[in-house]
Design a protein around this ligand. Sequence first.
Ligand SMILES: Cc1cc2nc3c(=O)[nH]c(=O)nc-3n(C[C@H](O)[C@H](O)[C@H](O)COP(=O)(O)O)c2cc1C
Length: 164
Amino acid sequence: MKIAVIYHSVSGNTKKQAELVEQGAQSVSGIEVKTMSIENPDNEWIENSTAVIFGCPTYEGSCSWQMKKFLDTPEANFEGKLAGFFASQNWPGGGGADFAEMTMIAAALVMGMVVYSGGVSMGYPPIHFGAVSHKAPASDIDRERARKLGENIATKANELFARE
Ligand SMILES: Cc1cc2nc3c(=O)[nH]c(=O)nc-3n(C[C@H](O)[C@H](O)[C@H](O)COP(=O)(O)O)c2cc1C
């Protein structure tokens, strides 16, 4: 089963988060992950993916405009796929990453995706709307959150979509 991790990153922080999300998803058996930037998406891989995990930096308290544009002008069909989210921000105490995630979640819902994070149901650390990181995942908890998000999405993709 394939998963696509799609990120926007200018200074590399969200890219590092994306790599950890990939590690977490790849740790689940039966899952193949490809990580790609919005500048160079592999649309064939996306079309063949069961789940897509989106990540962006927080800009002005919301999703980066580049990620919003990517979601507003999709070149692949995202309908029916499981969706997860992550965002990086500059301020650990609330720079708007949750709102950046909610903006991506809104777009995913409109495209007909099945939105999931695992919430508090999948053990420690809990993932609220998605994995949030201060800059490049600067702390162990930020790194663990990113890995855990990937693991949660891959586990749920197997549960929902794996064929016997
Ligand atoms: C135009 C712009 C607006 C930003 N606005 C915010 C913000 O509202 N809150 C915040 O915490 N960080 C903000 N940042 C910082 C970035 O979200 C943060 O540095 C992020 O980790 C960058 O990700 P990247 O390295 O993947 O590009 C902003 C950065 C830019 C360039």
